[in-house]
Ligand binder design. Structure first.
Ligand code: GDP
Ligand code: MG
Length: 137
């Protein structure tokens, strides 16, 4: 089942110089391909669209502030079961609960600064690809 997913390497990953490491892990997964990639600082409108489902939650405002605090690397990744696969590679939201070997498990400590976003379903992936890469919609 070939799919595509939207991945963001969050500002903490860029600041800490971990983007090459994380992109390398994605590239080494057999058959997955990066088909769009851009370093970009996100504006409020983009973040509001992207994280709209969390609006009103206590972590929303600090999350948006963090996500706008520096550039992110936005990517489309395509390949076999890549939506489920990238969620597994990222690990659960809380990096302390994430298994060693996962990106969040290996590099993260605090919940907000958990290095990576990956779409959680086919519907989310299509919605998020449109937000970040309208030319690929
Ligand atoms: P994800 O799909 O695993 O990224 O998690 P969610 O969609 O639930 O949340 C989006 C992002 O908000 C997470 O990746 C975290 O950066 C942040 N976040 C989620 N839950 C919490 C929380 O309880 N506290 C804090 N501080 N941040 C959170
Ligand atoms: Mg999510």
């Amino acid at each position: 089942m070939t799919q595509r997913t939207l991945v963001l390497l969050k500002p903490d990953a860029v600041r800490r110089g971990l983007t090459g490491e994380i992109i390398g892990r994605i590239e080494r997964k057999a058959g997955w391909r990066i088909t769009a990639l851009e370093l970009r600082t996100l504006d409020q409108e983009t973040l509001e669209q992207h994280y709209g489902e969390h609006k009103g939650k206590p972590f929303y405002e600090p999350l948006v502030e963090f996500m706008a605090s520096g550039p992110v690397v936005a990517m489309i990744v395509e390949g076999e079961r890549v939506i489920e696969g990238l969620r597994a590679l990222a690990g659960p939201t809380d990096p302390i609960a994430a298994a060693p070997g996962s990106i969040r498990g290996d590099y993260g400590v605090i919940v907000r600064e958990n290095l990576i976003h990956a779409s959680d379903s086919e519907e989310s992936a299509e919605r998020e690809v449109k937000i970040f890469f309208p030319g690929h919609a």
